[in-house]
Write a protein that binds this ligand. Structure first.
Ligand code: AMP
Length: 419
């Protein structure tokens, strides 16, 4: 029986893993300058948390959650996203967080959604996300989007665009829903089955249907922004003017609604044309009701998540400079029984000096050792045979120019690594 990774999951091999760490560290460096701190939450939580937070009528909760009953008969779910867990942690650790007026947290890790896998869409994917809890200011919306843009700038990615919209609040969203229903009612039978089922359950999501036929029918749909209440409309206007004032390029996308129910007012996506159909590499928005819905006091908040799998895809496609995975500097080859111990000691001493070194475990001729040294992409081979043991020397071979020379101490060898 041959096993393979479950559909929609993948192995991230060393080359990509190295690039991945570089990307994550670059992002964390940006987040830290905005005073965000890391939080780590469990990978599974009570499934009820996501049902309440993300919304019963969303695709994520209805169709995509990995749920299971644990041995204590509790219904659990692998986290499909990070915001619900961070809010749960914020509420559960009230005493820890109460000293601060504005809490700024980031998280990183795998998320799980049972989606139809395709390019850029996985069942286990990875996000780095941020949540700022405690401010209703439009400035926070703008700071967050600026930070999103800053991340891509820092990674050298110019080919991205910021799309923004407002989904309103409890007061105006019912009006928006009714307007969408009024427009789509007469064309409903021509729309895709997803749109038809969303008509009653979650009409807002009809707006972001990607089906080309549906898109064609929506071209005549009136702009819903006039349905926003005064507060949401003022907030949206302020956000747009602040983006303008700070020279952050953006476009209003009146069909942008996002797939999670907790958003209020501002929603946004950062998109890349490289990605094709799944073009969002970052998405988020304001969620002023979620904390109260999960049992806390009404507390405004704003957050977003960057999809690391998609971000890596773009960087790779554009061949943006990611540092190469370092290779081992020295590959130690001990020849014959007498040299095994000194060779092993040589390698461990170099490692304690924080120099990358590896060792030939194979007993055999020099050529076998050199072949291994070459395949490890080492810079030098250190050869220790009977002569070297007797004379307390080390024979070094530069694996590029093939020049061979003798050194007398590990300090001399270590000095080579610094060149
Ligand atoms: P969301 O949590 O749906 O707001 O998504 C935020 C970001 O996570 C998106 O912009 C994507 O970059 C990424 N993302 C969401 N779902 C997936 C998925 N199934 N596979 C890969 N990346 C995803």
């Amino acid at each position: 029986m041959k096993y393979s990774a479950p559909r929609g999951t993948r192995d991230i091999l060393p080359e990509e893993s190295f690039a991945w760490r570089f990307i994550v560290q670059t992002i964390i460096r940006v987040l830290t300058t905005y005073n965000y701190e890391e939080i780590q939450t469990p990978i599974f939580e009570s499934s009820d948390l996501f049902q309440r937070a993300v919304g019963d009528a969303t695709d994520i909760v209805e169709k995509e959650m990995y749920t299971f009953t644990d041995k204590g008969d509790r219904m659990m779910a692998l986290r499909p996203e990070g915001t619900a867990s961070v809010v749960r942690a914020f509420l559960q650790n009230g005493e820890y967080f109460q000293k601060k007026k504005l809490i700024k947290l980031f998280y990183e890790g795998p998320m799980f959604r049972y989606e139809r896998p395709q390019t850029g869409r996985y069942r286990q994917f990875h996000q780095i996300g941020v949540e700022a809890i405690g401010s209703s200011s439009a400035l926070l919306d703008v700071e967050s989007m600026m930070m999103g843009a800053h991340i891509f700038e820092e990674l050298g990615l110019a080919d991205v665009s910021l799309a923004i919209h407002s989904v309103g609040c409890d007061v105006c969203r019912p009006v928006i829903r009714e307007r969408i229903k009024a427009f789509t009612e007469s064309i409903l039978s021509s729309l895709c089955p997803d749109c038809q089922s969303r008509f009653d359950r979650n009409p807002l999501r009809i707006l972001d249907c990607k089906n080309p036929t549906c898109q064609m029918f929506f071209t005549g749909m009136p702009n819903m922004d006039s349905a926003l209440c005064n507060e949401c409309s003022d907030h949206f206007f302020t956000v747009l003017s602040l983006l303008e004032a700070n020279k952050i390029p953006h476009e209003v996308d009146s069909h942008l609604v996002r797939g999670l129910d907790y958003y209020t007012k501002t929603v946004f996506e950062i998109r890349s044309s490289i990605l094709g159909a799944q073009n969002a590499v970052c998405g988020g928005g304001r969620y002023d009701n979620l904390i109260a819905e999960l049992g806390g006091r009404k507390t405004p908040a704003f957050g977003f998540a960057v999809g690391l799998d998609r971000l890596y895809m773009i960087l790779k496609e554009l061949r943006l400079p990611i540092p190469a995975k370092p290779t081992v500097t020295f590959f130690v080859i001990g020849l014959g029984a007498i040299s095994k111990e000194p060779a092993f000691k040589c390698m461990s001493t170099l490692r304690k000096k924080r120099i990358m070194a590896d060792f030939c475990f194979k007993e055999g001729a020099i050529n076998d050792g050199l072949k291994e040294a070459l395949s490890s992409k080492a810079v030098y081979a250190i050869i220790i045979g009977e002569n070297e043991v007797e004379n307390h020397t080390y024979t070094l071979k530069n694996l590029k120019d093939k020049k061979q020379f003798i050194l007398h101490s590990l300090d001399e060898i270590a000095a080579l690594a610094e060149r």
